[in-house]
Write a protein that binds this ligand. Structure first.
Ligand code: PEP
Ligand code: MG
Length: 756
């Protein structure tokens, strides 16, 4: 018998029981009989969650005296393990399983085989349905599937009949009522307050068993058609149009939307007697269980996409269409999601969106890059979200500190809002500096530029009043794409960026992939398996050897900058010939375009990044070839100190304000005097106030920093007298004594300069 037929046989009989006027306990007693008979199983038992314990509610085959007596904690015994992990167990020999616990009152010693499935309600197990046999054998897939489908029907019966505590079923445990604090990983810093809104509003499944299987099948067909149409249309909509980067994400969606296997499984579930909604949910539950077993992050990402689509399908079929974005945000909101796509985030009303809490997420996730550009704080990898946060709960999000307070006590909320108000006041003060040129007290103009990497970042140029983009990380487009971005897409991005920048310069850094910025489609080539990826085959080293990669990018940049100025910068230059080789690629493309009589850039400025210490020893050879040099202090310091920048154990061990780094940086700027080459710093260091002071003190006049730091650094610049500062720095560096950070802080304090 097929899985569908087996399940349908059970469901048909269950329907009669459900429709009967029997009270709930009597229904359960009949249910175990029916399942036992249909699966020819000697034992069939139902355990339900009551007061936090799994209680034997009904059984066929075990001692009746054990009913309402045998109780297991979540995680205890086989039943407890099934509930805890929300997963299926199928064992030929139950006793051999490490979680097995013998309960003498049940009389189960004669039974060898065991299979159990969780009874799931809103992703939590509210009970367990299990079968046992005397004969040691594994249950067949058909039987397990039938059990799983039955468990789904049971969950409705159980919750509707209030057999499990309503609060418990809905997850309203103590965790759900009092104040709670959740912690996670800071993905985008910032503070935000608002009410909890789940990105995917739950679709309430009101009917599980189908009255007319053919009608249900037609509903699913129509829903599939509609979903496919939506996915096909997404490409032309603004949300996906914003970044050509998202085209590949869309390709994955398409692949699943047209996946035969998926629609077949849903159809099979309908064959077994479920409604369209229940069938989709049933298949989704199965997917979730599988997801838990998958360790591969790439595959897990794909599974996440599939689940997203399943939700979409469920919403279409049930008529409960749209994410929270389409319903509109009515109040200041903290958005909650398992994960989000960048396009999905962009759908939200920016004025109301005050923060995001993700159960998953990572620093390099697409959505995080976009959220940073939107200035929305994000806390990621938060555990216990669904058991702790209810729709509408008040949330105070402090992503900087890596925490969220749910349903805060009034005193806590007051303190938070006071802190928040202060930080907003500061932000407003910085925003007012937008049109103020950063001159020092002594009248020197400091160039404060910003770092960017996506189209969306460009809006920050006008908002901060930065002098231009001192570092455009072109590899971001590569990182957010599922495949290598084609030349047209690169050109489009660069052209948009230049349009957005207007008269202000944009320094495009050619791709810096490899190292910690690995891209899946080059993973086999870039050595993720390198013992030391940061010092491996990355950045320019890779770009020069990957025939096509650099050429394509050069063409894209040259075409995008037709008729205007183009600034190109090469990362990780270690020897002057690498700069020459990279520039030659551009020259060759330029010659090609010239021969084609294409419009060329008005002027091209070539520059290099100084990130590898060796380059500092050959500046006399390199500088005459450059129009600018930018120091990447993130990489430079990791190489100077031989300290991996990604290693958290080393994160605070060496200080940017150490004599070795500062003397090195001073030497570089001194070597450039008279060369006519513009020199700046574009690492994170320049965005921190004390570090920025030190850099100005040793002679730097150009900083390119994260957009959020532009206001604070402009403010700092205006308070500085360079002669005084550089005299102090010269003294300290000549004879370093003690902690330079503390000395510089005291110096700033004495001049009323804020530094943290
Ligand atoms: C740097 O290394 O300082 C730099 C700016 O480049 P990235 O952080 O992208 O490596
Ligand atoms: Mg770098």
């Amino acid at each position: 018998m097929s899985a569908a037929a087996a399940a349908r046989k059970i469901l048909t009989r269950l329907t009669e029981v459900m429709a009967s006027r029997l009270h709930a306990q009597a229904k359960l007693d009949q249910v175990v009989e029916i399942i036992g008979e249909c699966l020819s199983s000697e034992v069939c038992s139902i355990y339900l969650l009551r007061e936090g314990m799994l209680e034997l509610f009904a059984t066929r085959g075990l001692n009746q005296s054990a009913v309402h007596v045998t109780r297991m904690a979540i995680g205890e015994g086989l039943t407890g393990a099934i509930a805890q992990k929300v997963e299926t167990l199928n064992l030929a020999e139950a006793k051999a399983h490490p979680d097995f616990q013998y309960r003498p009152e049940t009389g189960e010693e004669k039974f060898h085989s065991f299979a159990g499935v969780p009874i799931v309600y809103r992703e939590r197990a509210v009970g367990v349905l299990c079968v046992q046999h005397v004969e040691p054998r594994r249950y067949e897939d058909v039987e397990i599937e039938a059990l799983q489908t039955t468990a789904m029907v049971l969950s409705e019966l159980i919750v509707n009949a209030e057999l499990v505590d309503e609060e418990e079923a809905r997850g309203l445990t103590a965790e759900m009522t009092g104040p709670q604090q959740l912690t996670g990983l800071t993905l985008v810093k910032g503070l935000g307050a608002g009410v909890a809104v789940y990105h995917q509003p739950r679709v309430e499944i009101t009917q599980v068993m189908a009255e007319d299987i053919e009608a249900e099948r037609q509903r699913v067909y129509r829903a599939f058609d509609k979903m496919r149409e939506q996915i096909d249309n997404l490409a032309s909509q603004a949300e996906f149009g914003v970044g050509g980067e998202h085209e590949e994400v869309l390709e994955t969606y398409k692949m699943f939307a047209y996946d035969e296997g998926w629609s077949r499984r849903i159809n099979e579930a309908i064959d077994s007697g479920l409604t369209a909604e229940a069938a989709i949910e049933r298949v989704q539950q199965h997917t979730r269980m599988r997801m838990r077993e998958i360790d591969d992050p790439l595959l897990a990402d794909r599974m996440h996409d599939l689940e997203d689509l399943a939700n979409r399908l469920l919403r279409i079929v049930s008529g409960q269409v749209g994410t929270a974005a389409s319903q509109g945000l009515r109040k200041d909101t903290i958005l909650i999601a398992r994960n989000l796509g960048p396009a999905e985030l962009l759908e939200y009303d920016k004025r109301r969106l005050k923060g995001v809490i993700l159960e998953e997420g990572s620093l390099t996730a697409h959505v995080v890059i976009v959220a940073r550009a939107m200035n929305v704080p994000v806390l990621g990898r938060v555990k216990g979200v669904r058991t702790t946060i209810r729709e509408g709960d008040e949330i105070l999000l402090d992503a900087t500190a890596g925490q969220a307070i749910i349903r805060p006590l009034p005193q806590v909320a007051e303190a938070f809002h006071a802190r928040f108000a202060k930080s907003r006041e500061k932000q407003a003060a910085y925003a007012r500096l937008r049109d103020v040129e950063p001159f020092t007290r002594c009248g020197t103009r400091i160039q404060v530029m910003m770092n960017a990497g996506l189209r969306d970042d460009m809006s920050m140029l006008a908002m901060t009043g930065a002098d231009g983009v001192g570092l455009f990380r072109t590899e971001f487009q590569f990182l957010v794409s599922a495949t290598l971005p084609q030349r047209e897409r690169q050109t489009r991005l660069y052209r948009d960026v230049l349009d957005a920048a207007g008269d202000k310069p944009v320094i495009f850094r050619t791709v810096d992939i490899g190292g910690d910025k690995s891209v899946p489609y080059l993973a086999s080539e870039i050595a993720v398996q390198d013992e030391n990826p940061a010092m491996g085959w990355r950045a320019l080293r890779l770009a020069l050897e990957r025939e096509g990669l650099m050429k394509v990018q050069a063409r894209a940049l040259l075409e995008a900058a037709a008729g205007r100025s183009l600034y190109v910068m090469f990362p990780m230059v270690s020897e002057p010939w690498e700069f020459d080789a990279a520039k030659a690629v551009f020259d060759e493309q330029l010659a090609f375009l010239r021969a084609q009589k294409k419009l060329l850039p008005e002027r091209i400025h070539f520059g290099a990044m100084l990130e590898v210490p060796a380059l500092a020893e050959v500046l006399d050879m390199l500088l005459p070839r450059l129009s600018f040099l930018s120091i990447g202090t993130n990489d430079l310091t990791q190489f100077l100190f031989a300290a991996d920048r990604a290693n958290p154990k080393l994160a605070e061990r060496y200080d940017w304000l150490s004599p070795s780094i500062l003397r090195f940086l001073r030497r570089v700027i001194q070597a450039s005097i008279g060369s006519g080459v513009e020199i700046g710093v574009c690492g994170e260091m320049g965005g921190r106030r004390l570090e920025a002071l030190a850099l100005m003190g040793i002679g730097y006049r150009r900083l390119s920093i994260t957009p959020a730091a532009v206001g604070p650094i402009k403010e700092l610049v205006r308070k500085v007298d360079l002669a005084e500062l550089s005299a102090a720095m010269t003294g300290w560096l000549a004879e370093p004594r003690g902690d330079l950070r503390a000395q510089l802080a005291a110096w700033a304090d004495a001049r009323d300069i804020e530094y943290d």
